[in-house]
Ligand binder design. Structure first.
Ligand SMILES: [Zn+2]
Length: 71
């Protein structure tokens, strides 16, 4: 399912950018580098966004949830 406009505008924003009104936190993950990452699910389009730091040192960013990275 494609991202809705709200999610598209959320992608690639810095982590201090607040989640849009349709996003609900659905999971907390731990990255291989020991950082917390947060999954938000959109009630409008059903897609999931990931709020996480790319390498544990970079600032958090909103990204697409790439499930291949979480096995
Ligand atoms: Zn959405």
């Amino acid at each position: 399912m494609p991202f809705c406009d709200l999610c598209l505008s959320q992608l690639d924003r810095p982590g201090h950018f607040p989640p849009h009104a349709g996003l609900l936190k659905s999971a907390t993950l731990r990255t291989s580098s020991g950082q917390n990452a947060f999954v938000y699910r959109c009630g409008a389009c059903g897609e999931s966004l990931l709020l996480a730091s790319a390498d544990g040192e970079a600032p958090d960013r909103w990204t697409r949830l790439d499930t291949d990275g979480w096995r």
